[in-house]
Design a protein around this ligand. Structure first.
Ligand SMILES: CC(C)(C)OC(=O)NCc1c[nH]c2nc(N)[nH]c(=O)c12
Ligand SMILES: [Zn+2]
Length: 370
């Protein structure tokens, strides 16, 4: 994997991540395709909207259909019919949030599947073995995603484990190295000095990119913003910086301003399915009765398939009927909105006017159209 910085505007930067399956223009957003699908979308639609990389989850694919099965069937790209870059998350977060967690030992994590209750044990090595079998382009080490709130001493102990696991994940990868990339994950809760130590530890092991984990887990916004502001610039400048699980476009603006390159979040897809749509006039809840006879497009400034062909009244009708088409049309629009936002943000950085872009969008994004 190669990472080339094209333009800087303060700490914000445009860059290219070159993988064997294609180039990613950063700052980049990765739609979440947990079970190998970005819910309600075909891979062609995702590509057509303009996305270059999607995220999938090791935890889910390991449990179902199984990483050996995916490998036997030709690997994840063939299996899900997405031939661009795929980043797989290691399961660190999913095990804590989905599985009925049994216990964390220094060896690894024992847990019961949220699907059938079967017992599993994942080690840092196993997490990489699974991702190697899947054939993802960017792999994540196994980390302990520290919940919020967490006492400082708990976080400190957890950091030692996460640093040890990062080393074990990397050592295992070095023994089975191929052209896949592997990213380290920096935890440390809301404690800046612990985060700083984590950066030093993880960078010492050495990775193709570095992620900030354990944020947007319920901590106050100002803590998340402070950690991003203080820690992102300490992460190696010449490698991709990935803020996991984020996010809300106001948070994205703050993170890009401090040098973050990659994002993943379920907001555009999950909110679409719940009828919350992002428009240039602010957020819209399509189920509101005021749209019952509204013959106007969802967003007059949007030229996505949904906005070109349907009215708010019909989108509301589909939502009220819980029609499958409602999920599809809403998802198309929200993903299109996110993709255009990132395109405009990259253009603003290229033109050296990121601060103007941020100011211009901050008041749009905090506005609720209704
Ligand atoms: C609650 C939400 C999902 C919004 O954010 C987070 O949990 N953010 C943290 C996060 C997301 N994905 C991760 N993967 C891994 N390996 N580790 C992590 O800490 C995280
Ligand atoms: Zn649209």
């Amino acid at each position: 994997m190669r990472f080339k910085i094209l333009r800087k505007d303060g700490f914000a930067r445009n860059a290219l991540i070159e993988t064997k399956r294609g180039v990613i223009h950063t700052p980049a957003f990765m739609p979440v395709g947990t079970n190998g699908t970005v819910k309600a979308m075909t891979p062609e639609e995702i590509r057509e909207i303009g996305y270059e990389i999607i995220l999938s989850n090791t935890y889910h694919l390991y449990l179902r259909p199984g990483h050996e099965t995916v490998k036997k069937l030709g690997g994840i790209h063939k299996f899900i019919n997405w031939h661009g870059p795929i980043l797989t998350d290691s399961g660190g977060f999913q095990i804590y949030s989905l599985a009925s967690l049994r216990k964390i030992t220094s060896q690894g994590v024992e847990f019961r599947s949220h699907i059938d209750g079967s017992l599993h044990f994942i080690t840092p090595e196993k997490a990489i073995e699974i991702q190697l079998a899947l054939g993802s382009d960017i792999m994540m080490v196994l980390d302990e995603c520290v919940p919020y709130p967490a006492e400082k001493e708990y976080v400190e102990k957890s950091l030692k484990l996460t640093a040890d696991w990062a080393k074990r994940s990397k050592d295992y990868f070095e023994k089975h190295r191929n052209d896949q990339a592997v990213f380290g994950i920096i935890q440390g809760g809301i404690y800046d000095e612990l985060r700083q130590k984590a950066v030093e530890e993880i960078v010492k092991t050495g990775f193709d990119g570095y992620a900030l984990g354990g944020l947007s887990v319920g901590e106050p916004k100002e803590d998340m913003y402070r950690v991003i502001k203080n820690i992102a610039p300490l992460m190696p400048e010449e490698k991709p910086r990935y803020l996991m699980g984020v996010g809300d476009l106001m948070d994205v603006l703050h993170a890009v301003e401090h040098g973050i390159d990659m994002f993943d979040c379920v907001i555009p897809t999950r909110n679409a399915r719940n009828g919350t749509l992002f428009t240039s006039q602010g957020r819209i809840s399509i189920k509101r009765s005021e749209f019952k006879e509204d013959n106007s497009p969802l967003d007059p400034d949007c030229d996505c398939y949904t906005c070109r062909n349907y009215t708010k009244a019909f989108l509301r009708h589909l939502y009220m009927c819980r029609e499958i088409l409602s999920m599809r049309l809403n998802t198309i629009h929200n993903l299109y909105f996110y993709c255009r936002f990132f395109e405009k943000m990259r253009q603003a950085i290229a033109d050296g006017r990121f601060q103007d872009f941020k100011k211009e969008w901050m008041h749009v994004l905090e506005k609720n159209f209704s």
